[in-house]
Design a protein around this ligand. Structure first.
Ligand code: NAD
Ligand code: ZN
Ligand code: ZN
Length: 391
């Protein structure tokens, strides 16, 4: 089959690789009908989470048609079913899965020991995200092996297009979880850094959840325009003084709730470090220069407020001013998304027409154009906000 394969930093190619096969009775194989490129894929593209190996297949936002089912998944799935695949692989029965904490499933990361050593903690298995998250090949491919498939799927009801449901795999529940984590009250201002696909979903979610005011921050006009169309007041961080403007818009007190939908990108947007050590040096420099997103949030958030952080960080080098967090009494909520916790509710909202996440798609192309699309998405060329690949 054809698949998008990681060869090195900023080097992804469309290669011919072996077709996946059933390896465990709980597996299923899908024929991929649509898959998307995520901001998290860009961190791997930039080698900011330096665990990828040449030959690893990319992709964790995938859906398709079931073509083969292992014996232990046959009660849950059959050939011909159309499913969306949550990017957090979950077993459904460990202590964390039973509590709905699917992104920290205790079973599905089969390289737990290695991940514990590198990260200090292993989360759930993730698709297309290196050996540290279980070495599961990703879904930017013609076929995908879905492990723990009896649990790790969302069945698509008839009458919905791929575009309407694909983002249940990741960015819709990610933006939703980030907004839910803010415990939004009717008088709240929610400030959201980053108007990429995750930020866009967080903006719409915060509006749906009844925030008085949503303020979105980015520098790209087309992304700010989309944020405004979703009901946000927008700030351009290259033109506006973000902290001053946020204070002005909140009677001098700062937003009660702050969402970081940027993550590692706020390091990359300034310069491109090659190694974790270079990145560490850069972060130290930033303290005197311009605070990155997290530091801005901590600084401007109203005391007793909430910092909700879907943005991805890795390693141990981020300098977080804990004294400020402590003395302001801030609450931090973060993590990879517990996708399946939210998808029944979100699927219903899609069916009822409350949400149509397809608005973020700006590019829809074949798999062979994937490598070029990584550059287009990374460089924010041609107004690119979200790329969907149709193998
Ligand atoms: P993206 O790269 O398209 O968007 C990031 C946006 O942040 C860009 O529009 C960029 O212009 C903007 N930005 C950069 N520096 C900024 C700054 N200083 N202030 C304000 N905005 C700034 O990525 P995305 O797909 O929207 O993903 C966003 C983040 O969410 C990434 O870190 C990604 O890894 C993460 N993510 C997390 C989960 C999860 O489960 N927690 C799931 C999906 C994605
Ligand atoms: Zn993602
Ligand atoms: Zn589990």
């Amino acid at each position: 089959m054809r698949a998008l394969v990681w060869h090195g930093k900023e080097d992804i190619r469309c290669d011919t690789v072996s077709d996946p096969t059933i390896e465990d009775p709980r597996d299923a194989i899908i024929k991929v009908t649509a898959c998307a490129i995520c901001g998290s894929d860009l961190h791997l593209f930039h080698n900011l989470i330096p665990a990828m190996k040449p030959g690893d297949i990319m992709g964790h936002e995938t859906m398709g048609e079931v073509v083969e089912v292992g014996s232990a998944a046959q009660g849950a799935l059959k050939k011909g079913d159309r499913i969306v695949v949550p990017f957090t692989i979950n077993c459904g029965s460990c202590e964390q899965c039973r509590r709905g904490n699917f992104s920290v499933c205790e079973t599905t990361n089969r390289n737990k020991e290695m991940a514990d050593k590198v990260f200090g903690h292993a989360g759930a298995g993730l698709f297309g995200y290196s050996a540290l998250t279980g070495a599961y090949p990703g879904g930017q491919a013609e076929y995908l092996r879905v492990p723990f498939a009896d649990q790790t799927h969302i069945k698509v009801p008839d009458g919905l297009t791929d575009e309407q449901v694909l983002f249940l795999s990741d960015i819709l529940p990610t933006g939703w979880q980030a907004a839910v984590a803010c415990d939004i009250e009717p008088e709240d201002t929610v400030a959201i850094w980053g108007c990429g696909p995750v930020g866009q979903m967080a903006i719409r979610s915060a509006v749906l959840l009844g925030a008085k005011q949503v303020i979105a921050i980015d520098r790209l006009p087309e992304r700010l325009g989309m944020a405004a169309a979703g009901g946000a007041i927008t700030l351009n961080f290259e033109e506006d003084n973000v902290i001053e403007r946020l204070n002005e818009l909140t009677g001098g007190k700062g937003p009660q709730k702050c969402i970081d939908a940027v993550g590692l990108e706020s390091h990359v947007s300034l310069a491109q470090p090659d190694t974790l050590l270079d990145r560490a040096k850069q972060v130290v420099m930033l303290e005197n220069d311009r605070p990155h997103v997290l530091r801005e949030m901590i600084y401007v958030c109203r005391p007793a407020g909430i910092l909700s952080i879907p943005g991805v960080y890795s390693g141990l080098i981020d300098k977080v001013p804990m004294g400020l967090i402590m003395n302001k009494g801030l609450t931090i909520r973060t993590g990879q998304t517990h996708v399946k916790r939210w998808t029944d509710d979100l699927l219903r909202r899609i069916q009822e027409g409350q949400i149509d996440p397809s608005f973020v798609i700006t590019h829809s192309v074949g798999l062979q154009d994937g490598p070029e699309m990584y550059n287009v998405f990374r460089n924010k060329q041609d107004g690119c906000i979200k790329v969907v690949l149709k193998p």
